[in-house]
Ligand binder design. Structure first.
Ligand SMILES: [Zn+2]
Length: 139
C-alpha cells in the first residue's frame, strides 16, 4: 500500500523550500529586477537565459524551454520520481511530512478498479485484433 501525503502537505513543503535558494545550489543566480537569472543548469550556455521568479516560485529557461516549480526542478536535476522529490525537499528543510492513513477497504477498491480496467483494455485489444483479422479476412 502506498502512503498518501496528507492534504496541504505538498503546499507546506513547497513553501518551506525557497526556489531561489534551491536553484542557487546548482547555478549562480543574479538578481535582475524582481527576478533572478543565471546560467541554465539543464543545458550548456554562455549567456544566462534561466530565470527564477521568486514571487511566483517558478523557473523558466528561454534557451531550452525547461520550466516549473521546486518539485519539477529537483525531479529533473536529480532524476527523481515525484514521491522521491517530495522526500528530498522535505529532508532538505528538516520537515517530516504527514501521511494520510489509507483505509484497507479503500486501497483494495482501488486495486480492483485497476484490475477491471486492465481486463477491459485486454479485451478491447483482443477484439480489435480479431476484428482486424476478420476484416483482412481469408480471401
Ligand atoms: Zn536551459
Amino acid at each position: 500500500m502506498t502512503p498518501r501525503l496528507a492534504d496541504g502537505e505538498l503546499e507546506e513543503i513547497r513553501e518551506r523550500n525557497d526556489l531561489v535558494a534551491l536553484v542557487s545550489e546548482y547555478t549562480r543566480l543574479k538578481k535582475t529586477g524582481k527576478n533572478y537569472s543565471g546560467l541554465c543548469p539543464f543545458h550548456k550556455e554562455k549567456t544566462p537565459s534561466f530565470v527564477v521568479d521568486s514571487g511566483k516560485q517558478l523557473y523558466h529557461c528561454f534557451g531550452c524551454g525547461e520550466g516549473g516549480d521546486v518539485f519539477s526542478f529537483v525531479m529533473k536535476i536529480e532524476s527523481l520520481e515525484f514521491p522521491e522529490a517530495i522526500q528530498r525537499l522535505a529532508d532538505r528543510v528538516g520537515y517530516k511530512p504527514k501521511y494520510q492513513q489509507v483505509r484497507a477497504g479503500e486501497g483494495r477498491g482501488a486495486a480492483n478498479k485497476e484490475k477491471i480496467y486492465r481486463i477491459n483494455q485486454l479485451a478491447k485489444d483482443f477484439y480489435r485484433k480479431s476484428l482486424k483479422i476478420s476484416l483482412l479476412g481469408p480471401l
